[in-house]
Design a protein around this ligand. Sequence first.
Ligand code: ARG
Length: 591
Amino acid sequence: MKPQPVTPLADAVETAVVDAVRRALPDVGGTEPLVRRSDFADFQSNAALPLAKRVGRAPRDLAGPVAESLESADLIADTEVSGPGFVNITLTETAIWDQVAARVAQTSLGLNTPLAGQTIVIDYSGPNIAKEMHVGHLRTTIIGDALARLGEQLGATVIRQNHLGDWGTQFGMLIQYLLEHPEAEWHDVDGDDPTANIAALAVLYRQAQGVFNDDEAFANRARRRVVDLQSGDTETLGVWRDLVEVSTAAFAAIYDRLGVGLTDADNDGESRYNPELPDVVDDLVEAGIAVESDGALCVFFEEFKGPDGNPVPMILRKADGGFGYSATDMATLRHRIRDLKADQILYVVDARQSLHFKQVFAAARRAGWLTDDVDAVHVPFGTVLGPDGRPFKTRSGKTVRLMDLLDDAVAKAGEVIAEKNPDIDPAELATLAAATGIGAVKYADLSTSRVKDYMFDTEQMVALTGDTGVYLQYAHTRVAAILRKAVEAGHSVDGTVDSSLPMSTMERQLSLHLDGYDALLAETMALREPHRLTGYLYALAKAFTGFYEANPVLKAETDGSRTNRLALVRLTQETLRHGLSILGIVAPERM
Ligand code: ARG
């Protein structure tokens, strides 16, 4: 069955307000009212305020007739004018119960797909070849993955692009060193763990750097190797390919551990753009955008100034003829606009690269590649800090290995679960520990306002209480348990609703919160802020607790009331599970 979208109550109310304005105030012209949830009623509309301004009358004078006219609608039980001219709107219990029924009856909650027909390119992860992924890459990977899932949920065609750092002069030095040290071990260093190969490569890289600095002859051979790499010399390319393969296998192990759906098909590394760079740069020279300066080719901007107040140029080609990161990103942008026909292009990259993206977008605008039809956005995120509040390092000052970090989170989550469930079967514990440990890492990242720095504290992440992934997973299992018990007791949980029954305050609050999920998803994507979704789910878990404490489900006063409440329980479970899956977090049935 193809899911049928359900119109959210907020939208139905909005339509009703538009109609009421037309009926009650035929001479003021149309309105686009803002309807939002309110503490004083179910919804509140401010429609009268902009209208009053337009016709020069008091808002309350207009709000009155609108409120009266609204009361005639089926959906609405009561209205009231409040404050400077707001209309408070209370819905009928029937309309709310019907909405619950309509959503449970749908396979995917009756969600709408407002981005259908759009193509969204999401550039995320982007680790560097021959280097270990670090905590910053963890953030872009987790945020990018959530935005990709969300975009797809909203109906868009999402193209994932993993812009690997797989090209550049640094590889000349490493390849030269590896060719001169055939005994060096960087394959199958640890049979079980492909990321160990990169750890070994990182050591070799540092050694190569040391020799490069001390030994002029080696430095010259390394420089020649760069030329060999660029001209496609077979032996050189062979080692390079090997480096790419070993590195991407390690990245894949991390993606796999995280449950992130990036594959080799999503790779869109710097090397891929290398052959296009002369053409990209020529285009910019011809358009008069790129100019020579001290032998380098640059784009100058009046608007972007450095700390010293002088404009900072974007360097496309260095004086030695080498193209840089900026030239490559001009190429990624052109490709994504011209060939992938993207409507939105999101670069999920560290906030410290914000000047780079401002310059790339501004240059592309000047070149006419980037027009108002395309939304190119840098989606920045803050730095990951250690528990001491400083950029995350090990105690000895080394960068923390990502796999170790994930292992640690899984181990700690395992302890928390074992403590709650001393008799749990070891195999089940292992599965649950993985789901909750990884979920905790993702949730901690996603629930922090994206642009803020955030503190990586495994102990806190796996806590059972507070705004954590484990808490939400646990909330989900509690809701699932109620449904299981209901089935055991012989009750139907198929979501039938008798909409003529009265509705309690808590039932009402939970229902309205559940119905707001649709709009919340669209808003989360529009702002590219996953923490909106985590906040919504956390509030949902709280609203459910409030409901469940006040309204017995299995021991409800009447059969009808129990059935209605079970429909709400089911809708809550499905919404929690759905939201967690958008965040890339597993929702276990029990833990
Ligand atoms: N490799 C870069 C880094 O590690 C990230 C690439 C981001 N994507 C881009 N199109 N620039 O910082």
